[in-house]
Design a protein around this ligand. Sequence first.
Ligand code: ADP
Length: 162
Amino acid sequence: MKIGVYPGTFDPITHGHTDIIRRSLRVFDKVIVAVALSPTKRPMFDLAERVDMVRLVTKELAHVDVEAFQGLLVDFVRDRGARAVIRGLRAISDFEYEFQMALVNRKLAEGFETVFLTPSEEYTYLTSSIIKEVASLGGRLDAFVHPLVGARLFGRRGTKVS
Ligand code: ADP
């Protein structure tokens, strides 16, 4: 069975992330969404909330597991018996960081592969940060996130966006 791991902060999950998960399912038999603790990013939502939102949004999708993770990605990938890590590439601006990460991970674990997928054009501009900004200013969120995620963001209005 070909297992892919899709790691990220998912603070919160957007339609761009979901698009990548759907595309991954055409390539892998099973996709594990690995929600990272990411303390240096100082997420708006704590780890349990982020995992919960990814579970809610992906509950209709077969062959998707959602797990919290911290520590080294290469260890997580090896422990799950996964073939590759999935990352989304939206624009050239993502490239440098993603390229660096892919090569560092390959140095850490021989045979580690990263698969890059591009989302539908309508999501190429979408980032969790911009969504939090829109939410904090009271903007409509339905084009960007699942309604349940929108409701949680709405509940956080007034929270400082870092
Ligand atoms: P990280 O902290 O790992 O960058 P993110 O949740 O910001 O976590 O992103 C996780 C992955 O999803 C990254 O590979 C990122 O490029 C990708 N991604 C985020 N938003 C989109 C989007 N709108 N379209 C496609 N890929 C995306």
